[in-house]
Write a protein that binds this ligand. Structure first.
Ligand code: ATP
Length: 368
């Protein structure tokens, strides 16, 4: 039995958000049947573009407050291309949550699974298993994240700010080293690579300086550096050499899509957004309205995001049953591909959302 109830704010959102959240919650339930009741208390909160069309607001009254009081937020997908604010911007209450709760560490794992289409023919490509940590509250998105931060913005010139601050960067690098240590305990390489452009930008030199200050606290973890241009090259030439890569916002935006492309597609890309006292977990893909409600969406990015959420809750609470559930889900997904029992339509397979979900539940339940 769990010692304490954990409150999860669930936002299904738009399009396939509903399909993939339903699937992931069923997987968590199956894991609970194996490891015991995890004491999760789910509260559904309405938000998104469809909700905005109905009500004129993008998130239900009181929902931000409820999300703030939760132990974790679990989100499907938000946004529909034809529903926008009057100024043309997309409906994005989740970006406000990121800003409100200062979710600075964007965690994007990329792992190669057997029997998935591969972009790299090299035999070592099956060993790709890395995590990009994208700072998500400042960097080169600082001006864009909240309006009116541009020092100059007119028809002749626009300036954006690349902002690196010590408190956020210290926390970010700490997070990277701790994650590498945890992965090392589970058989990982124990390596953190600081990706920057410290040879050109003062902001990036500070980013690297703080990395150097933090690394001495983690003597068991190997630390290395890379300029972002060289890193882009090496992520194509030898991505299997990397473990945890930490970088500012825009570099992370670009490189996380690149590594996502190396190991499959949108439907595999899980994402965690971590702050000091809040965290949000969601698939990296959007609402894919073209396939919503048709039992076609690949739910694995959301299932793997749910596993990350349980791991985060385990770290915060010190409860090992939550970590056991994480590993059980991750291993079942891996085994499913290995035995060719999971064949999502996204990759030309014959299995829709429900069939993939059923098969993972069977793998979790039977254990083989
Ligand atoms: P956003 O800007 O909100 O991230 P996007 O415009 O990048 O969204 P997505 O909604 O992520 O687009 O999806 C683009 C296309 O990729 C979809 O139309 C769909 O065909 C495919 N796709 C995305 N996610 C999945 C998934 N989980 N399973 C199967 N196909 C998907």
């Amino acid at each position: 039995m769990s010692s304490k109830q954990l409150n999860i704010a669930v936002i299904r959102g738009d399009g396939i958000g509903n399909d993939v959240i339903t699937s992931a919650l069923a997987i968590v339930e199956a894991a609970e049947k194996r490891v015991g009741n995890l004491g999760l208390h789910l509260t559904e909160l309405s938000a998104g573009a469809a909700y905005y069309r109905e009500t004129g607001v993008d998130i239900a009254p009181g929902a931000e407050e409820a999300a703030g009081k939760s132990d974790a937020i679990f989100l499907g997908a938000i946004g529909l291309p034809d529903i926008r604010h009057e100024d043309g911007t997309e409906i994005s209450p989740h970006l406000r949550l990121r800003e409100l709760f200062q979710l600075y560490a964007g965690v994007r794992p990329a792992r190669a699974y057997p029997n998935l289409p591969r972009q790299l023919q090299h035999p070592d490509a099956e060993k790709i298993d890395l995590v990009i940590i994208r700072e998500s509250t400042e960097g080169l998105f600082y001006t864009a994240a909240v309006h009116n931060r541009n020092p100059v913005a007119n028809d002749d010139e626009v300036q954006e700010i690349l902002r690196i601050t010590r408190p956020t960067t210290e926390k970010l690098h700490n997070y990277a080293f701790k994650l590498a240590a945890k992965r090392k305990n589970r058989g990982g390489k124990g390596l953190v690579t600081c990706v920057d452009k410290a040879n050109v930008f003062r902001s990036m030199a500070l980013f690297r300086k703080i990395f150097d200050e933090r690394r001495v606290r983690f003597p068991d973890i190997e630390a290395s550096y890379s300029y972002v241009d060289a890193q882009a090259l090496n992520l194509i030439k030898k991505p299997w050499d990397y473990d945890v890569l930490v970088m500012e916002n825009m570099f992370g935006d670009i490189l996380s899509d690149l590594v996502g492309g190396l190991v499959g597609g949108m439907g595999m890309a899980a994402c965690g957004e971590i702050g000091d006292s809040h965290a949000l977990f969601q698939p990296a893909h959007g609402s894919a309205p073209d396939i919503a409600g048709q039992d076609k969406a690949n739910p694995l990015a959301t299932i793997l995001s749910a596993a990350m959420m349980l791991d985060y809750l385990s770290d915060r609470s010190g409860r090992t049953d939550l970590a056991d559930a994480t590993l059980l889900i991750e291993e079942s997904v891996y085994k499913g591909f290995e035995k060719n029992r999971i064949r999502p339509m996204e990759f030309g397979g014959d299995m829709g959302t429900r069939a993939v979900t059923r098969e993972i539940i069977a793998l979790i339940t039977d254990g083989d």
